[in-house]
Ligand binder design. Structure first.
Ligand code: HEC
Length: 466
């Protein structure tokens, strides 16, 4: 019999692994988008500074550049590998699917990233120290290299949602996987919004300026970039929605909370108000106000956006063939990949997983709770936290139910058949469903396991007496 080599699961008690990845990724979006936006902004400012002889703009580049070195580059370089570490343990096969398709793309991205990091140091520290033409060239190299990193990463991100072309499934090949319609729509929308982020973060920098005229001038420039980015980004969002597969729309309509759309409009409106304040009352934008606006942008703008993106690609984590629980959901002949679902259907999860402890492979009254925990951790915890808090807490999702047979019926009806929109098909053998049901019931009422065991041994006693 074939075996399935799922890695042992990383599970973060209290919040679940999904949220850890989410926290890191969300702040990384702020750092990375701000650095790309600022690099392009610097490119424009430097051109104007040298053409129209406005040295104060170079002064601004220097100040914002120094801030970015710590804000985007040091913190970004911590959260970037943080995403690698956390996703590698939370979703090893998701990451593996990306590496198998895009390893050279990533290597290319890394080359441009190195140029970007060296570039930002040079652009910041060489203001006034090299001739104008050289400095302008460096600024342009920084801007273009930064944008290239984004372009490459976005092809990979949109593959996670949906491989570029349907042919990819049968033919493989990175170009078919890389560029889909969604890639460009997402790139355009993020390009616009990165200026909004650059403007909000930039207001932290201008808040420290002593020269009030300069402060007002730079706030105005930033605010204009921010308003442009927000308005255009808002419009591009509709293009982006149109490129999403129908399935994603179905999930959005059914699964995103009702407050989602109004909150999205509110955050866009709030950003526009903030940019107007930057233009009209620049003195009101103190360091604290600007820092609060930045945190608000992350909490109310980026977090919901990342959560929504994660939700609409469910039940998959990558490429519409790796389920979030890491099982391979379909054949991908183009990559020589075979679905694992038939094997699980035939033999169950306990018998087929390489890393399942031997003493859990057969369910007994003594190990059933442990089996339930092992299966729930492996099959559910990527999307549901197994405690009361965190990502989609599973006890609440079964409606605080403690009725083992009822939960088991649900598991067989919904998961074994793959009958939900957003959850994987998880073919459970009868005893496996029972073990999960017991574990879930016990989460809601910790006396359930003991009671179940007592009942079983009473039955066993009765059988022996007969
Ligand atoms: C791919 C991610 C994913 C996996 C894996 C997953 N679920 Fe879910 N589950 C969801 C989502 C998404 C929802 C619906 C969320 C919402 O409505 O807010 C959900 C909803 C539920 C519900 C509520 C009833 C319903 O059908 O909407 C139950 C019960 C549930 N899951 C149990 C489980 C169990 C048990 C497992 C593991 C055996 C599991 N889920 C694995 C994503 C997942």
């Amino acid at each position: 019999m074939d075996l399935i080599g799922l890695y042992p699961m990383w599970y973060e008690p209290g919040i679940g692994s999904g949220w850890v990845v989410g926290f890191i990724a969300t702040i990384h979006v702020l750092f990375s988008h701000t650095s790309v936006g600022a690099a392009i902004f610097f490119m424009i400012l430097a051109t104007i500074a040298y053409q129209q002889n406005k040295p104060e703009l170079l002064d601004f580049i220097k100040k914002y550049g120094l801030f970015l070195l710590v804000f985007s580059y040091i913190l970004g370089s911590i959260t970037g590998p943080g995403i690698w570490y956390s996703t590698t343990v939370a979703s090893p096969r998701g990451i593996s699917s990306l590496i198998h398709s895009f390893v050279w793309k990533w290597a290319t991205e890394w080359v441009f990233f190195v140029i970007e990091v060296i570039g930002v140091y040079m652009v910041t520290y060489l203001v006034g120290k090299v001739d104008q033409k050289t400095h302008l060239k460096l600024t342009i190299i920084l801007g273009l290299a930064s944008y290239t990193t984004m372009l490459i990463i976005l092809g990979i991100l949109s593959f996670m949602m949906w491989p570029g072309k349907e042919e990819w499934f049968s033919e493989g090949g990175y170009l078919l996987g890389f560029y889909g319609e969604n890639t460009f729509a997402q790139l355009a929308m993020r390009t616009a919004f990165m200026f909004s982020m650059t403007a909000v973060v930039g207001s932290i920098v201008t808040a420290g300026f002593k020269d009030q005229v300069f402060r007002a001038q730079m706030n105005r420039w930033l605010a204009l970039a921010g308003i442009g980015g927000t308005v255009v980004g808002g419009l591009l969002f509709y293009w982006y929605l149109n490129t999403l597969p129908e399935y994603a729309h179905l999930i959005m309509e059914n699964r995103l909370p009702a407050w989602f759309a109004p909150s999205l409009y509110s955050i866009l409106a709030a950003m526009l108000v903030y940019f107007l304040m930057m233009m009209v009352t620049p003195r009101a934008i103190t360091t604290w106000v600007a820092a609060t606006a930045t945190v608000a942008l992350v909490v109310f703008g980026l977090w919901p956006e990342e959560v929504a993106r994660e939700s609409i690609r469910k039940p998959y984590v990558s490429g519409q063939y790796v389920y979030s629980n890491q099982l391979i959901a379909r054949d991908v002949p183009g990559m020589g990949i075979k679905s694992e679902i038939p094997l699980v259907e035939a033999h169950g999860l306990l018998k087929t997983q390489v890393f399942m402890p031997e003493n859990l492979r057969t369910v007994t009254p003594d190990n059933i709770l442990q089996v339930g925990q092992a299966l729930s951790t492996q099959m559910c915890s990527n999307c549901h936290s197994l405690s009361k808090t965190g990502i989609r807490p599973i006890g609440n999702y079964i409606g605080k139910n403690t009725d083992i047979p009822a939960i088991k019926v649900y598991l067989k009806a919904a998961l074994t058949t793959g009958n939900t929109l957003y959850m994987p098909k998880i073919p459970l053998q009868d005893d496996e469903a029972e073990a999960i049901a017991l574990y879930l019931a016990n989460l809601n009422d910790p006396t359930q396991a003991a009671r179940h065991k007592a009942e079983k041994s009473a039955v066993a006693q009765a059988v022996i007496k007969e």
